[in-house]
Design a protein around this ligand. Structure first.
Ligand SMILES: NC(=O)c1ccc[n+]([C@@H]2O[C@H](COP(=O)([O-])OP(=O)(O)OC[C@H]3O[C@@H](n4cnc5c(N)ncnc54)[C@H](OP(=O)(O)O)[C@@H]3O)[C@@H](O)[C@H]2O)c1
Length: 265
């Protein structure tokens, strides 16, 4: 990030995305801010231009609408100065799956999964062809603890984590960096938008978005593939990953394991 560059940030009108805008501008990156609320983006852009003397443009689009997504994908491809994509646009449900409307869960999966997937793949191809660039995907700790929250949301965030882990090897061959950030509860508008009272979250479990992004960017600058800002004991994550990798030789074999053989009588 020391070299001059430009970052496209989705979900930049509030919360984690808006803090990325601030902290990347502070590092001297020019920005493209993407979200639906154009007036809000423009107010953020004006402040960042004034404070950090960087170039900031705004794209007020709904990423779940075909036209808005296509416009964003086209910009990713056409702006030859882009060097980073931050996928932060996302929404959360309020209730458990069985108490949620199927349509609203589908709309959430569309933004959290389908939109992020299209943007990530397009950026991966574009940056790889230029042999530079970076992608930061905002997942969630519920990707690791899916039983603790709405299953559709947790699954959407597992998608983000797995996609990021899976692409890392391919991208590294082309000099492109990718990172998944796994926030825990973070003080943003996410809860209010979902209709969740943020005061029910124990304060010792709730991080400020600025602290979260500062830590995530330090992780990024150190080349971390997966950053879990809250996690003090990194050995826990390493041993979890080590155990997962150790499964590899046993996951695809010619015959089922002996415990699945029918025993006579
Ligand atoms: N807050 C947490 O506790 C927490 C924890 C783990 C992970 N996360 C993840 O962090 C990411 C950022 O969320 P946040 O906490 O910062 O929430 P937030 O303050 O509500 O920000 C969400 C952003 O997404 C944008 N957005 C929503 N729908 C959109 C659409 N259809 N098209 C384009 N932009 C859209 C919103 O802007 P507009 O309304 O202007 O479009 C806003 O800028 C999400 O992926 C979320 O799942 C959050």
């Amino acid at each position: 990030m020391n070299r001059a560059g430009k970052a496209m940030i989705t979900g930049a009108s509030s919360g984690i995305g808006a803090v990325y805008a601030d902290q990347l501008a502070a590092r001297g990156l020019n920005l493209i801010l993407v979200a639906r609320d154009h007036n809000r983006l423009e107010a953020i852009a004006q402040r960042l231009r004034h404070t950090y003397s960087v170039e900031v443009s705004c794209l007020g689009v709904d990423l779940t609408q075909a036209a808005g997504l296509e416009q964003t994908l086209a910009l990713l491809e056409q702006d030859l100065t882009l060097t980073m994509l931050v996928n932060s646009a996302g929404i959360s449900p309020k209730d458990p799956v069985l108490e949620s409307e199927e349509q609203s869960l589908a709309a959430m999966v569309n933004l959290n999964v389908n939109v992020l997937h299209r943007l990530t793949i397009r950026a991966a191809k574009v940056f790889s062809s230029r042999s530079l660039g970076a992608i930061i995907n905002i997942a969630s700790v519920v990707a690791l603890m899916p039983e603790k929250f709405n299953g559709s949301y947790s699954a959407s965030k597992s998608f983000v984590l797995v996609l990021t882990q899976a692409l890392a090897g391919e991208l590294a061959l082309h000099g492109v960096q990718i990172q998944a950030v796994l926030p825990g509860f973070t003080r943003t508008e996410l809860f209010e938008r979902a209709g969740i009272d943020i005061s029910v979250i124990p304060p010792d479990m709730l991080m400020n978005a600025s602290e979260l992004v500062e830590a995530a960017l330090i992780g990024f600058e150190r080349g971390e593939l997966v950053t879990i800002p809250s996690l003090v004991d990194l050995a826990l994550w390493r041993s979890f990953e080590h155990t997962r990798q150790q499964l590899a030789p046993y996951l695809s074999l010619q015959h089922p394991a002996p415990r699945y053989f029918n025993t006579p009588g």
